[in-house]
Design a binder for this molecule. Structure first.
Ligand SMILES: [Zn+2]
Ligand SMILES: [Zn+2]
Length: 263
């Protein structure tokens, strides 16, 4: 299983960057995990968008879903998706329509976004085969087994675990410090975990992690490899890595666009 980082920015993009998006490839199966703003163009550098089999969304924050809109536009309007010949494309009776798994309420949220943005209400639903998942669901996608576990954040959010014959990859999504992720990720081969904050939130409920807290989660979950993500280019990467490594007790990577991890 290969995990390619398409975008690792937090809620605002790095210079020339993209928000959350990770391409998971296993044999011929391609799974896109989150589709934040900027991700669709980055996806096209690594994979033809009609070859993505499924998209899984961890939660409905803008930085994890907004590029579903242009992705749906491509699937709807691209010449090669049409039933008749257009330009150099021969026409198709079988246009690509990837599976799209969203949290409960995701269908309605996407409809409202489409309407507010002047698109047809069913713009996304018409382009993808949309399904809402419950945290208890287990998805069998190709040879991938996908599981979910709720983690504390500002709205319902699931960490996502992807297992194949070759190994196991766990994505923490966005979360406050919590024990659930530690249990869910226990013993995984690779934990991709957010490290958004330079210091804990000054006020209000917690919703994100510092690099040190990310390292501590990795240590407690006894993961084999730890990668920080959802971190701005406005933070010092060296500082973040050092903080995380001290808490993890071993080497830690920081996600970069285009980085590939294999498990
Ligand atoms: Zn979020
Ligand atoms: Zn986020």
């Amino acid at each position: 299983m290969r995990i390619t980082v398409l975008g690792k920015s937090p809620a605002w993009q790095d210079a020339d960057g993209a928000c959350s998006g990770y391409l998971v490839a296993d044999d011929d199966y391609r799974l896109l995990l989150d589709c934040g703003n900027g991700v669709f163009s980055k996806l096209r550098r690594f994979c033809d968008y009609v070859d993505v089999d499924a998209v899984v969304i961890s939660h409905l924050h803008a930085d994890h879903i907004l590029d579903l809109i242009p992705y749906a536009s491509a699937l709807t309007y691209a010449p090669r998706q049409q039933p008749v010949p257009v330009a150099r494309w021969p026409g198709t009776d079988d246009p690509a329509r990837p599976l799209l798994y969203v949290p409960a309420g995701g269908g309605d949220a996407l409809r409202r976004i489409c309407v507010a943005a002047g698109m047809r209400e069913g713009h996304v639903e018409g382009a993808f085969e949309l399904r809402e998942y419950d945290p208890g669901d287990v998805l069998e996608l190709g040879d991938l087994r996908v599981r979910f576990h709720p983690v504390p954040h500002f709205l319902p959010t699931c960490a996502v675990d992807v297992a194949s014959g070759s190994g196991r990859f766990t994505y923490g999504a966005d979360s406050a410090p919590n024990d659930e992720l530690v249990r869910f990720a226990d013993g995984t081969d690779l934990l991709l975990i957010e490290a958004t904050l330079p210091r804990p939130e000054r006020e209000g409920p917690r919703g994100h992690l510092t690099p040190s807290e990310a390292g501590e989660h990795g240590s407690r979950a006894r993961v084999r490899r730890l990668v920080l993500t959802h971190i701005s280019d406005e933070l010092d990467e060296g500082w973040a890595r050092t903080e995380a490594e001290r808490a993890f007790g071993g080497p830690v990577d920081v996600a970069h666009e285009g980085a590939v991890f294999t498990v």
